[in-house]
Design a protein around this ligand. Structure first.
Ligand code: GLC
Length: 533
């Protein structure tokens, strides 16, 4: 199906690589760019079209690269600019697009901009960050909270003011109301786009603009005890301000000036707020990430509802997308269980819109329980014991059954699960019915099936654990039938006509089966069915 060309990102499948954990090539226990290059044939073999790399730039790694100290360099831990150029060239040679993580909301506190900004009140870069006087009692300027625990304001002795940090104190927020900040980040974008990168995933894009008056956030009446403390207040004034859409439209213009590149926005907001990130007349992000599947209750009716709501809310002409996992959320195999992980794969790869896969989900990697002494995630360190830790979804890729899973020669930066001796790429590739084989077959099927790539979405009425929909394009269609529960179901919908053919089952053992009226689904089984001509 469409490789390059216009709107490749509509037709393509994205694959997120967390560079620290994909492949170590230097023997330091941390993944790197040369490692990714070495594993490119694997990525290619999956059939995906684009790679998104989490941050690879110089960083003190307080938040593992989401604290950048140089936007146009490569962290020595990950390699050199030559390594990056080689990876980009190899990706393109293999027909793969490469997109980078842009982190414009905050820098590292070690970034030269911030070092200057904090030096004195009259430093030319003072206003590049968000500085405020203490409140009357000497405390923080307002009640805004850091997502990683505690106040979002850090007092700076040298100049007697507080600076704002939505995340760690080592991640001061840039002041996006300052035109010089905007220009500097747009230059960063141009730097990478000129090198040939195919776009950006923009970190916490809904955070960029804060209330001009820095009003207190209201309390969250729905706060649930045991949830992270920053949820005690709403983010009414600290995020999602109307002016952010002007900024995003500017970013989009930078993107568009380079031709067919893509701007993806990380946005965790309720549906109607999320839709605003497509921008007026679609002048915003081409794809504001749709994270609905990350938090939904895993049942046929809830999923049917979120698809319905999402499809209905999309602005005219806006292209949908779906995400099943990322480096911030528990692994899908643990959220829904190993059996349903196969159904989830079929769902992701048959919904309307661009799918984003998270490395390792294709081999069924699960959320690893991390012993206290192994915790690396600053979120878990600051807010311990309530399950917010993100290390468990960032463990090394399981390539083979050797001691360190083929990921490294030495002990990796995060532990490996014991089951990596069975659950690894080598074994699962050899097993023609493994989840890895399922992912590859689903991807190949999607790419060769116009209705799945560009077709309309039509729900088909179903009850209980059944989820059924049809995808249609140019008079052709396929029907997706998913059993979200463990019990077998005899499906007798009129939508499945006599003589329909099973194109694929999540068990990979029914291809070509002709249906005679009833479709007998096993527990946790999904199938894609083609009606007779
Ligand atoms: C985004 C990233 C997350 C990071 C945070 C702060 O949510 O995905 O990993 O910690 O932003 O940059």
């Amino acid at each position: 199906m469409a490789q390059g060309g216009e709107n490749w990102w509509r037709h393509g499948i994205f694959y997120q690589i967390y560079p620290r954990s994909f492949q170590d090539s230097t023997g330091d226990g941390v993944g790197d760019l040369a490692g990714i290059l070495r594993r490119l044939p694997y990525v290619k073999s999956l059939g995906v079209d684009a790679i998104w790399l989490s941050p690879i730039f110089p960083s003190p790694m307080a938040d593992f690269g989401y604290d950048i100290s140089d936007y146009t360099g490569i962290a020595p831990l990950f390699g050199t600019m030559e390594d990056f150029d080689a990876l980009l060239a190899a990706a393109h040679d293999n027909g793969l697009k490469l997109i980078l993580d842009l982190v414009p909301n905050h820098t590292s506190d070690q970034h030269p901009w911030f070092v200057e900004s904090r030096a004195s009140r009259d430093n030319p870069r003072r206003d590049w960050y968000v500085w405020r006087d203490p409140a009357a009692d000497g405390g923080p300027p307002n009640n805004w909270l850091s997502e990683f625990g505690g106040s979002a304001w850090q007092f700076d002795e040298t100049t007697g003011q507080y600076y704002y940090h939505a995340f760690l104190a080592q991640q001061p927020d840039l002041n996006w109301r300052n035109p010089d900040v905007r220009a500097a980040i747009y230059d960063v974008m141009r730097f990478w786009l000129e090198k040939g990168v195919d776009g950006f995933r923009v970190d916490v894009i809904w955070h960029l603009i804060k209330d001009a008056e820095f009003r207190d956030n209201p309390p969250n009446p729905h706060y649930v005890e045991g949830r992270p403390p920053h949820e005690k207040i709403l983010t009414q004034y600290s995020t999602d301000q109307a002016e952010v859409h002007d900024v995003i439209a500017e970013m989009r213009r930078v993107i568009d000036s380079f031709g067919d590149r893509v701007l993806i926005g990380e946005v965790y907001l309720p549906l109607h707020r999320l839709m605003a990130y497509y921008g007026n007349d679609l002048s915003g992000a081409q794809m504001p990430f749709n994270f609905a599947l990350l938090s939904t209750f895993w049942s046929a009716r809830s999923i049917e509802q979120i698809i319905h709501d999402y499809e209905k809310a999309l602005p005219k002409g806006a292209w949908p997308n779906w995400v099943l996992g990322n480096h911030d959320r528990p692994r899908v195999a643990s959220r829904v269980g190993a059996e349903q992980a196969r159904v989830a794969a079929m769902l992701l790869l048959t919904l309307r819109g661009t799918p984003t896969l998270y490395y390792g989900d294709e081999i069924g990697m699960h959320q690893l329980a991390i012993a206290p002494e192994d915790v690396r995630d600053p979120f878990e360190k600051n807010v311990p014991g309530i399950g917010v830790g993100r290390d468990g979804c960032r463990t090394p890729m399981q390539w083979d059954s050797s001691q360190f899973a083929g990921f490294s020669e030495t002990r990796p930066w995060l532990p490996l699960p014991e089951d990596h001796v069975h659950e690894n790429v080598v074994n699962l590739d050899a097993d023609t019915r493994s989840i890895l084989s399922l992912y590859k077959r689903l991807i190949a099927l999607r790419k060769g099936c116009l209705p799945l790539v560009v077709g309309d979405y039509h729900p088909i009425a179903a009850q209980g654990d059944l989820l059924i929909y049809r995808r249609d394009a140019e008079g052709r269609g396929v029907i997706v039938v998913l059993n979200l529960g463990p019990e077998p179901i005899a499906v007798t919908t009129s939508a499945i006509r006599f003589g329909s053919e099973i194109l694929i089952s999540t068990f990979l053992d029914r291809e070509g089966e002709k249906l005679e009226g009833v479709l007998d689904l096993r527990g946790n089984e999904g199938v894609i069915v083609m009606p007779p001509a």
